[in-house]
Structure formats: structure tokens, C-alpha cells
Design a protein around this ligand. Structure first.
Ligand SMILES: [Zn+2]
Length: 442
């Protein structure tokens, strides 16, 4: 059993939303869990114990990305400054028809390398060829909730394929992998397919990761075609009878919020995509007041360009202040609560992730605090929200294993990833008329 002992780091804690920094702490890690945190802990007499010098570093819970399409980093920078409809129909859906399983594996590894470098230890991923993403999780050492995205037009046989993926990978990679079902969205599946998905999820004992109510147009179209909102459709088809991650949910009605307050669903919030695609914004207090968990997400790099959760954290806090025209909205503690406790709840791991405490998983990011942009160190919690950068992350631990130390990735060969992907880019960037994996309703 691997063991780590981090000496003398500062530790971020949230006490009821009040950020506190405990200085000069030691963290003892046994196997996958945190065993003890305190000042001047006795160094265990254990030859297997690896000591990490933590002086000057700030320990935070490993960041969580609650909704992503990790392999879309392959299309980073390929589609910019177009409408949502054009983004899907003219670019992303045609480009995604080029993907092979091997492309997805290398894309997933690129995305995971980027996430680890930015202190992200957990991701809820929603994509295709998910066996390859699962293999990349095995390689990278990250923790992941994986759902194979499926469209209604692919039919029941493809849904059943995704159920077999759930069974193949549930609990694999030393328990780091959780598998769910991933019907793409109400507007790309429809009520009958959602009902089938809900029955399958109940039978498998798993949750559902889905996009919902991303734009005002989607809600209007659902009301016109089905007489109910997309959220209500999820409730009526049984999707909300199982745990659910709801990507975006930017346009819930008040009734939708009431529905969500009574079920085990959390909202994955990815504000950079909303700004970039001009999708509008949600006043998050509406969800928080109703007790609906909200977590941070990047969405795919096709829209958000990076898989950097610290960037999303900052944008979220700024957009909320802007939305309410009130600088007292979403103070530092509340933003950090969403980043840590909220994201852990959205991943249905509220008791095991999102805080540094004995008994929790040893998923930890250690940030350097010697940059000029975080000096003076008057309030490290405020620095984290408003000043810190992903590049401040020095060392990353997931499930008790070191994934990066002193900025050096220990599980992924970056040069090999770049070489593999460079050789695929020409083929991946081609768009063949009429060839696309799905159609976005205009
Ligand atoms: Zn998405």
C-alpha cells in the first residue's frame, strides 16, 4: 500500500462556507485515503512512506470537472466565432464523424494531461468510444465518472451497447472509474428514448449524465413540440428517478427548479462556454436557494478551449456579480463551496471528495504561492478565486498516488501524446458534405 507524507503545507478548509487556511500542516496518506492532518504529526516509521516537502505550498482538494467531453481537445481552436446551430451542424457533428477509437484515446490523454497540470483530479466525461477514455483514465491515474453519449436516432441497440460499457468498466482502475448512462439531451433523443434510458439505468443501478435546457430556444422548442419543458420531460420519463448530472441547465423555469429540488440531480455549470457561445447566463442563487447542487465544469474544449477549472471558477464568480449587478454576490467562500463541496455533490461523492479531512479520498492539489500575481499572501482563498492560475499547481495526488510532482507529469508522456495527435490532425480536420453524427434542431 502506497503511503505519502506531505510536510508543512498550508491547508484550505471551508467551515460552513467560511474559508480558513491552516498553516504549516502535515498530511498523512495511507493507500487511497487521507489518514491524518495536523501540525507536527509524527513521521511514521515506514520504509514505504514517501515524504513530500510542502513548505510554502497550499493544499486544496483536487479540483473536479463535472461535465466534459475530454477528447474534444482534439478540436481545440478549430471552430470559433460561429452560432450555436452552426457550431454543431457545420463543424462539431461533421468533425466528430471522423473520430476513430484510437483518436479518442489520444485525445483523452491530452485532456487528462491538461487537467492534471491544472490540479483537476476528477472528471465526469460524456463522449463516444468510452472504452478508450476508460483506458486513458487507467493510464493517467485520474478519477472519472464515464458516460457513453448516445443519440435517439442510434436506436435501442446502441443504448444497449452503452449499457455493456457500464458493466465492463464499473469500479475498474482501482475503483477510480464509475460508469453511468449518457443519453445526449432531450432534443436529440426524445421522450421514448429517455424512458428506455431511465429503465436501463434503474436496472443497472446507475445514474444518467445528460445535457438539458442549454438555450432559451431549446426550452421553447420543447414546449412547442411536447407541451413541457426539457426538465419536466426528464422528470416524466423517469430520468430524474436516478442520480443525474445535468449539463448546463441555464434556462430552468421556477417549476423546473422545484422539480430539481426534490430529486438527486446536480447541475454542471460551465460559464466560459456560455460567454463564448453567447448562450446567456443563469442566476445561480435560484438553484442554490432551492438546495440544488451546483458544480463547476469546463464542457468540451471545442467550446471552452481549456479544461481549466480555476479559470471556470473565476469566470463563474465574475459573471454572477455581473448578472446581479452586485459585487457582494457570490463571495469567495461561496464560490469555493461550489468548486469543492458543490462539485463533489454533483458527482454524487459529497462524503468522499471536496474536502481535505481524514477518511476522505487523498485527491489533493498543491499550489505554489510564490508568484508575483499572488503576492502578498494576505488572503490565499481570495487569491485562489481571483488571482491563481492553473500553472501555479505544483503537485497533484489522486487516490493516494502522485500524478504530478514539481510540475512534472508522472503518468503521461506529453511528447508522445503530441506526436500521436499531430499525425492525426489533417484527417480529423476534414469535413465531408452530408457526413455528421447528429443534427442540431434549427
Ligand atoms: Zn456538453
Amino acid at each position: 500500500m502506497a503511503s505519502l507524507f506531505i510536510c508543512g503545507c498550508d491547508v484550505l478548509r471551508l467551515n460552513g462556507g467560511e474559508p480558513q487556511i491552516a498553516l504549516q500542516q502535515d498530511i498523512e496518506i495511507r493507500g487511497s485515503k487521507i489518514a491524518a492532518i495536523g501540525s507536527d504529526l509524527p513521521l511514521p516509521a515506514d520504509a514505504q512512506m514517501q515524504v513530500i516537502e510542502g513548505q510554502g505550498l497550499l493544499a486544496i482538494p483536487g479540483l473536479m470537472n463535472t461535465h466534459a467531453h475530454v477528447p474534444m481537445v482534439l478540436f481545440r481552436g478549430m471552430v470559433e466565432d460561429v452560432s450555436v446551430q452552426s457550431w454543431f451542424n457545420d463543424y462539431v457533428f461533421p468533425l466528430e464523424s471522423n473520430l476513430t477509437p484510437e483518436d479518442v484515446y489520444w485525445g483523452a490523454l491530452l485532456g487528462m494531461a491538461e487537467m492534471i497540470e491544472n490540479g483537476v483530479t476528477s472528471v465526469a466525461d460524456h463522449y463516444f468510444f468510452m472504452d478508450e477514455v476508460a483506458r486513458a483514465v487507467e493510464t493517467s491515474g485520474m478519477r472519472a465518472n464515464l458516460a457513453w453519449a448516445v443519440f435517439g436516432h442510434q436506436g435501442e441497440a446502441q443504448l444497449d451497447e452503452t449499457c455493456r460499457f457500464v458493466e465492463r468498466w464499473q469500479g475498474k482502475a482501482d475503483g477510480r472509474i464509475t460508469t453511468w448512462l449518457g443519453p445526449h439531451a432531450p432534443y436529440t433523443t426524445g421522450p421514448d428514448f429517455l424512458k428506455l434510458s431511465a429503465v436501463r439505468a434503474k436496472n443497472l443501478g446507475v445514474g444518467i449524465h445528460i445535457h438539458v435546457s442549454e438555450t432559451a430556444e431549446q426550452v421553447a422548442l420543447s414546449l412547442q413540440e411536447h407541451g413541457i419543458t426539457p426538465v419536466k420531460m426528464l422528470a416524466e420519463t423517469g430520468v430524474l428517478d436516478v442520480p443525474a448530472i445535468l449539463g448546463h441547465c441555464l434556462y430552468p423555469t421556477d417549476e423546473d427548479v422545484q422539480i430539481l429540488s426534490r430529486v438527486s440531480a446536480g447541475v454542471a455549470h460551465a460559464p466560459k462556454t456560455y460567454l463564448k457561445l453567447g448562450m446567456g447566463e443563469i442566476k445561480l442563487q435560484r438553484l442554490l436557494d432551492a438546495g440544488v447542487p451546483v458544480g463547476l465544469a469546463t464542457d468540451g474544449a471545442g467550446s471552452s478551449n481549456t479544461l481549466d477549472i480555476l479559470e471556470q471558477l473565476r469566470i463563474m464568480a465574475l459573471v454572477q456579480k455581473h448578472a446581479y449587478q452586485d459585487p457582494t454576490t457570490m463571495p469567495v467562500g461561496e464560490a469555493l463551496q461550489i468548486a469543492f463541496e458543490g462539485s463533489a455533490q454533483v458527482l454524487q461523492m459529497g462524503d468522499s471528495l471536496g474536502a481535505l479531512a481524514p477518511g476522505r479520498f487523498a485527491d489533493i492539489a498543491l499550489l505554489r504561492q510564490d508568484g508575483m500575481h499572488v503576492f502578498p499572501r494576505f488572503d490565499p482563498a481570495a487569491n485562489l478565486v481571483y488571482s491563481s492560475r492553473g500553472a501555479d499547481v505544483d503537485t497533484v495526488i489522486c487516490n493516494g498516488e502522485l500524478l504530478m510532482q514539481n510540475r512534472k507529469l508522472l503518468t503521461i508522456d506529453k511528447e508522445q501524446v503530441k506526436k500521436e495527435i499531430s499525425a492525426r490532425l489533417h484527417r480529423l480536420s476534414q469535413r465531408t458534405p452530408g457526413k455528421r453524427i447528429a443534427v442540431y434542431p434549427a
